[in-house]
Design a protein around this ligand. Structure first.
Ligand SMILES: [Mg+2]
Ligand SMILES: [Zn+2]
Length: 222
C-alpha cells in the first residue's frame, strides 16, 4: 500500500471562510489594511509586519474570537470522513496553515479531529489587541516565493511514497508544486491554471476521499 502524507490547508479549505478575514472584519479597525497596503506593495514592510499591525487593532478576547469563528467561518463537508479513512489506512494527515493554532485547534475539536498534527502560527487575543506568534517550524525563506512558506514543514515530514495536498489560496502555491496529487479550488486552482500545473478540483472532502479511494496507486488496506 502506498503511504500518503496528506497535507491539508485550514482557512478556506477545512473552513468555508478564511478565519483571519472573519476575525478582522468583526473586530479589527476598519480600513487598517487599506492603510498598510501601499507600504506593503512598496516593499517597506513585510507581509508578516502588515499582519502584525492589522491584528494589533483586533481588540477582542480569546473566547469572543473563538465564538465568532465557530459561528461564522463554517466547515467544509466530509473532513471527519477523510480523517477516519486516513487513520484506518495508516496515512499521515497534517493540517498546514499560515493562520493561528489557537483558532484551528478549536475548530478541529468541534469536528472530532482535535488530535491531528497542526503546523501553524499562533495568536494571543486580548482586549488590548492581538499579538502574533510566528511558528518556529518555518525554516529559511523558500527559494521559490522568498517567504517562510509551507515547503519547509512539508520537506521535514515527507518520507512516504506520495504527497497529497489540499488547498485553496496563496499560502498553498509552493507546497502544491511539491505534491504528487493536488486538490485545488478558488485562487489556488486559478493560479495552477495559469502555471499550467495539473490538479483535481474539489467542492468538499467527500470529493477528495472518493478520488483517493479510486486511485489505483492508493490501494486500500483490507
Ligand atoms: Mg487557505
Ligand atoms: Zn515558498
Amino acid at each position: 500500500m502506498a503511504e500518503l502524507l496528506i497535507a491539508v490547508d485550514f482557512d478556506g479549505t477545512i473552513t468555508m471562510r478564511d478565519t483571519l478575514h472573519v476575525i478582522v472584519d468583526a473586530h479589527g479597525r476598519p480600513g487598517v489594511w487599506d492603510e498598510l497596503e501601499p507600504a506593503l506593495r512598496a516593499g517597506e514592510i513585510t507581509v508578516e509586519q502588515a499582519m502584525e499591525q492589522q491584528f494589533a487593532t483586533v481588540t477582542a478576547p480569546h473566547d469572543q474570537v473563538i465564538d465568532l469563528v465557530l459561528s461564522h467561518a463554517g466547515v467544509r463537508d466530509g473532513f471527519p470522513e477523510l480523517v477516519a479513512w486516513a487513520e484506518a489506512n495508516d496515512h499521515r494527515l497534517v493540517v498546514m496553515s499560515a493562520g493561528f493554532r489557537c483558532v484551528i485547534d478549536e475548530v478541529l475539536d468541534g469536528l472530532g479531529a482535535g488530535h491531528l498534527e497542526v503546523v501553524a502560527n499562533d495568536a494571543v487575543f486580548t482586549h488590548d489587541g492581538c499579538t502574533l506568534v510566528w511558528s518556529e517550524d518555518r525554516g529559511d525563506p523558500c527559494e521559490i516565493c522568498g517567504r517562510r512558506c509551507k515547503r519547509h514543514a512539508i520537506h521535514e515530514r515527507f518520507d512516504g511514497d506520495r504527497l497529497v495536498y489540499v488547498g485553496d489560496g496563496i499560502s498553498d502555491r509552493c507546497a502544491s508544486l511539491l505534491a504528487d496529487v493536488v486538490f485545488a479550488r478558488a485562487g489556488l486552482a486559478e493560479w495552477l491554471d495559469e502555471e499550467g500545473v495539473g490538479y483535481i478540483p474539489y467542492g468538499d472532502f467527500h470529493d477528495v476521499l472518493r478520488w483517493l479511494k479510486n486511485d489505483p496507486d492508493v490501494a486500500e488496506a483490507a
